[in-house]
Design a protein around this ligand. Structure first.
Ligand code: XMP
Length: 513
């Protein structure tokens, strides 16, 4: 059984970041909602537990709590922010509610640490920590000592070393806390006694062995979209069961220029696997004929994809195992509010009731995106496939504004290919989070070779972002934009004008539809 640390989710903003920080130390960790029964925690036999922050006050009747039994299991616990207050409150310390007296620390805060405390052993006695709280701890529980203070906060950290219980009011997981990673590392290795054996090499070996044992001599069918997750899942399954795997790739004709061929070549030549490509652009376009409402287009593309995919599976592969590229963030249960449900992500394709597989295999279900990429690199997938930009499920369908026709998709593909080519040539591609071309469906008047033109407008969209929830429009140098514009107008038929989208998100979105 691999060494595991549990991140108990009380609804904080940084919960996935805490889990990432733990995994960066090569310690496997799982995020569980605060509603998880303690028996499940005991069964996982974790090396340590981290209580996350959360937006509540411990005095709020609706606030999330956890049974104090957890502190008596002998398992080290680190409480962060709300998690620290919860620990203090549960064990008899005193938490002052913001309603009575608020210290309201937000942002970077000078903090003094007791470096004799195990989790502060590797850091200087003074530094900046990142605070975000209104309630505060005024008295620590019996057996605890104060291990950090700030000008306003009498208990910026506390510890009961004997029982291996630690709490920090600030957020060590965010970069703004000086030496936050060192604190977490000390907790993992010096307090919990972790060894740090979670490595992608061993992940590949273990997963391949597990898939082989599970599948035996049966078949496996995988829905391959050409995105990072399903591509890495395909490569991993191919290593495990070789020709017992069949990848089904639905090419609805709304991919970028040459992308369908690229995906097919990669998986048939590089991996020599059974690969079924369903070319169905005409079917998709006939369903989309005359439709220009964005939501209707999305619905048609989604439904048609589902039908095409399952009809093919039903006819030819409706037995054996079904595999998909679900990754960890797709299935994390949220601890927020009462709705502790698993989020259904677009790639968690529901299997129709009339198809009975032996089982579902999700080889990447425990990995974060960057871990998936590391596995992809180790399995020998091409760098550009592993590091590709996100691409919307409905493909270019949401970038051809208005009615989608084969001709307009072609125009968009050609213009987009020029943008990609120029961005790659000047080394700008890697600096962008995402860039592409949109066909807004507007015709404008121009003049070319002394003659009047009346042709399509093309818009260039490029953004930088960490999380795609917010995004800034990218400041691409004018000379690059100029070259792209020039080439698009000269090389792509039916285009006579190019504009650059300078809208951030919010108020815009990344895609236009
Ligand atoms: P928006 O337009 O919402 O896009 O700001 C944020 C990110 O999500 C991608 N996107 C999608 N991805 N299915 C997907 O898998 C979709 O329907 C979809 N719509 C937008 C978009 O490309 C951007 O990276």
């Amino acid at each position: 059984m691999k060494e595991t640390v549990i991140v108990l989710d009380f609804g904080g903003q940084y919960n996935q970041l805490i889990a990432r920080r733990v995994r960066e130390n090569h310690v496997y960790c799982e995020i569980l909602p605060y509603t998880v029964p303690i028996e499940r925690i005991k069964a996982l036999d974790p090396k340590g537990i981290i209580f996350t922050g959360g937006p509540n006050s411990v005095y709020d009747p609706a606030s999330p709590h956890y049974t104090p039994e957890v502190f008596a299991l002998g398992i080290p616990v680190l409480g962060i922010c709300y998690g620290c207050q919860l620990m203090a409150h549960a064990l008899g310390g005193r938490v002052i509610s913001a309603a009575d007296d608020s210290v309201s620390e937000y942002g970077k805060t000078d903090t003094a640490y007791q470096t004799s405390c195990t989790i502060f052993r590797e850091i200087p006695a003074n530094g900046v920590s990142w605070m975000s709280h209104r309630d505060y701890i005024s008295e620590v529980p019996d057996g605890f000592s104060v291990t950090a203070t700030t000008a306003h906060c009498p208990v910026a950290a506390m510890a009961n070393e004997e029982k291996k219980l630690y709490g920090v009011q600030f957020h060590p997981e965010v970069n703004h806390t000086d030496h936050g990673s060192d604190m977490l590392r000390s907790f993992l290795f010096d307090v919990c006694g972790c060894k740090g054996e979670w490595q992608m090499d061993s992940f590949i070996d273990d997963t391949v062995a597990a898939i082989k044992a599970q599948v035996g001599d049966k078949g496996v069918v995988l829905g391959l979209s050409g995105g990072v997750d399903s591509s890495v899942a395909a490569a991993l399954l191919s290593r495990a069961v070789s020709k017992q795997l069949t990848c089904v790739f639905v090419d609805q004709g709304l991919m970028r220029k040459d992308e369908g061929d690229y995906v097919e070549n990669t998986f048939t030549k590089l991996f020599d696997m059974n690969f079924v490509r369903i070319n169905c652009q005409e079917e998709f376009l006939s369903k989309l004929k005359g439709v220009s409402d964005p939501e209707e287009k999305r619905n048609i593309i989604g439904t048609e994809f589902y039908n095409v995919f399952w009809n093919r599976i039903r006819d030819s592969y409706g037995s054996g195992f079904f595999a998909q590229g679900t990754i960890y963030p797709d299935r994390i249960e949220s601890g927020k509010g009462d709705a502790a449900k698993i989020k259904t992500h677009h790639n968690q394709v529901g299997v129709p009731k009339d198809i009975h597989f032996e089982g579902i295999i999700e080889p990447l279900k425990d990995l974060f995106k960057d871990e998936v990429r590391a596995v992809g690199e180790k399995l020998g997938l091409p760098h550009e496939l592993v590091w590709r930009q996100p691409f919307p499920g409905p493909g270019l369908g949401v970038r051809v504004i208005g009615e989608i026709t084969a001709e307009r998709v072609h125009t968009l593909q050609e213009a987009d290919a020029i943008l990609r080519d120029e961005m790659e040539k000047c080394g700008y591609a890697e600096k962008m989070s995402q860039f592409f071309v949109v066909l807004p469906g507007v015709k404008t008047v121009g003049v070319m070779g002394d003659a009047r033109t009346y042709d399509e407008l093309v818009a260039i969209r490029a953004v930088t972002t960490d999380d795609f929830m917010t995004a800034d429009w990218a400041r691409i140098p004018y000379d690059i934009l100029g070259r792209v514009s020039n080439r698009i107008i000269n090389e792509v038929e039916h285009v006579n004008r190019v504009v650059y989208d300078i809208t951030s998100k919010p108020p815009g979105t990344v895609e236009w539809e």
